[in-house]
Design a protein around this ligand. Structure first.
Ligand code: SF4
Length: 361
């Protein structure tokens, strides 16, 4: 008896879809996946090699750690140097190079940097260390932000005063609009992120299809999910249909997770945000509302945002925009490896350079 996952890895069905895709012999089609988990899955299962040369899969800015600017890492490093502060963070952030250091290096030097699996773990650390300030590195898309909002609400309800968050939260819609409107990229369609869509629903993707004339699908993460989605996209693009289809309906609904949305917007509000290598995208970030500003680490520690340069020679910005591939970067596999990463795209478990390094094209 097959289980739920095996059905989405069925070789006979996959072969049928691959055969169907390989009958295509028209003009070049450019499709962008806007999700780091899709990027990894496409590389891990070697899906690019199953497609005809005329179907190009580009990776977009779908990894939250990768799009976090160097200046944010430098702020986190500065806070880590404060003997009164405990930094709590998801693991990938520890290895992202700042201008002069990483959080992992600071930890090795004796700074108090702790890896957590949830911001709620940070609250436990704050409760256990009332004489210290606990700062959680609040990085992520709509998938992660609701639970960060929950941690702020819990801290407020329990009057935990020694907890704050250093925010660099991003939202997908404005970034996707920027990519859809980029004439140089000239994308034909998008594979939208399944996790983010599960939270925000699908109305925005219909907007992009009908108002910005880009075909799109929301896809799951198994090989069959992705290949089937490409097949649907190809059919719609070649027939001239600028439409959106949800092919991940086992998880994603039109409305999304309204409870998670409500929690997120109870605590956060849209702000302009800087994306690594892309720059400022108006309204593409989430900052704490005034009512929760006592939990804002930047305000608590009287800090100003830092405008730090990207590592010399690193092409993460172009890679994140889908304009370059990792091996276009001279540092790829030379000075930049997962053991000694130069840029964020090589560090993160969802980074494009890490995916190409581990699995090839
Ligand atoms: Fe940046 Fe390294 Fe990727 Fe080059 S290979 S773009 S240096 S992360």
């Amino acid at each position: 008896m097959t289980n739920y996952i095996d059905e989405f890895r069925d070789k006979a069905v996959i072969q049928k879809i691959v055969d169907c895709l390989n009958t295509y012999s028209g003009r070049n089609i450019k499709i962008m996946e806007v999700c780091g988990t899709h990027t990894m899955a496409i590389s891990r299962y070697g899906l690019r090699s199953l497609l005809p040369k005329s179907i190009e899969l580009l990776s977009g800015p779908g990894c939250p750690v990768c799009v976090t600017p160097t200046g944010y890492v430098d702020s986190a490093v500065e806070l880590a140097e404060n003997k009164n502060v405990i930094i709590t963070t998801f693991g990938d952030m520890m290895r992202i190079p700042g201008n002069n250091s990483t959080l992992l290096y600071k930890k090795a030097q004796g700074c108090n940097v702790q890896m957590v699996y949830s911001p709620l773990n940070s609250l436990e650390i704050a409760r256990a260390n009332p004489d210290k300030e606990v700062v959680f590195l609040s990085v992520g898309f709509e998938t992660t932000t609701p639970v960060i909002a929950l941690s702020v609400l819990k801290a407020e309800a329990e009057k935990i005063k020694n907890f704050s968050v250093l925010t660099a939260n991003k939202t997908m819609p404005e970034a996707i609009k920027a990519l859809a409107g980029d004439g140089e990229l000239a994308l034909d369609g998008f594979i939208y992120p399944g996790h983010v869509s599960a939270i925000i629903g699908t109305d925005f993707f219909s907007y992009v299809a009908y108002n910005m004339e880009k075909a799109g699908v929301v896809a799951g993460f198994e090989p069959l999910d992705i290949l089937y989605s490409i097949n649907i996209l190809l059919k719609n693009i070649t027939e001239g249909k600028k439409v959106f289809e949800n092919v991940y309906s086992r998880i994603v609904s039109k409305e999304g997770n309204t409870k998670a949305q409500q929690k997120m917007y109870e605590v956060f509000e849209p702000v302009d945000a800087v994306w690594r290598g892309i720059g400022m995208i108006p309204g593409s970030g989430l900052g704490l509302k005034e009512a929760y500003e006592t939990f804002d680490a930047m305000k608590k520690f009287h800090m100003e945002p830092k405008d730090s340069p990207e590592p010399k020679g690193c092409m993460c910005g172009e890679v994140l925009k889908g304009k370059k591939r990792p091996h276009d970067c001279k540092l790829f596999k030379t000075r930049c490896t997962p053991e000694n990463p130069v840029g964020a795209c090589m560090v993160s478990s969802e980074g494009t350079c890490a995916a190409y390094y581990k699995y090839g094209d």
